[in-house]
Design a protein around this ligand. Structure first.
Ligand code: ADP
Length: 164
């Protein structure tokens, strides 16, 4: 039984994340998509909203578990018996950052291997921060985020209009 974990903030989940989840779920027996809490970070969507949006958006996939954890990724991986960490790579900036993370994760957990999935060309420039920026100015998000996120964004924009 090969359990893999795909960590991130998912604030919000994008089609780039969904593509990585679909591909990782196809090669793992069980894939845990885990929202890691960073107390230093301010999130746009609450943890409950991000969990719900991930659950709805990944409903079509088999063997995918959605979870959240306040602690080290390697501790979470050990707790659930994962032997693989999944990361998505969009560009050389991701590569440089992930190489550093890889060094520390290997020190903490030499038994866990990180597997990198290269981003599909369609999503290589897509990030949650770009989505948040588009959201702020009411830009069209169709095709960039899954349907449940589109709906959540529309609800939020409606609320904002009513509240001035
Ligand atoms: P972001 O970097 O977009 O703010 P996260 O922190 O939630 O999102 O990223 C979680 C993981 O997903 C990281 O491994 C990141 O490199 C990967 N990822 C994010 N966006 C994409 C994308 N468009 N294509 C492939 N991988 C991605």
């Amino acid at each position: 039984m090969r359990i893999a974990v795909y960590p991130g903030s998912f604030d919000p989940v994008t089609m780039g994340h969904i593509d990585i989840i679909r591909r990782a779920a196809a090669v793992a027996d069980e894939l845990h998509v885990c929202i890691l809490k960073n107390p230093q970070k301010h999130y746009w969507f609450s943890q409950e909203e991000r969990l719900a949006l991930l659950r709805e958006s990944t409903a079509p996939f088999q063997h995918v578990v959605i979870d959240a954890y306040a602690g080290l990724l390697t501790d979470y991986a050990h707790e659930i018996g994962a032997s693989v960490i999944i990361k998505g790579l969009r560009n050389t900036t991701d590569f440089m950052y992930e190489s550093q993370m890889d060094y520390f994760n290997k020190r903490l957990a030499p038994d866990i291997e990180t597997v990198y999935l290269v981003s599909d060309n369609r999503y290589a420039v897509l990030s949650s921060s770009a989505i948040r920026e588009l959201m702020t100015f009411g830009g069209n998000l169709e095709g960039l985020v899954p349907e449940p996120v589109l709906k959540a964004v529309r609800r939020r924009q409606e609320r904002q209009k009513h509240n001035g």
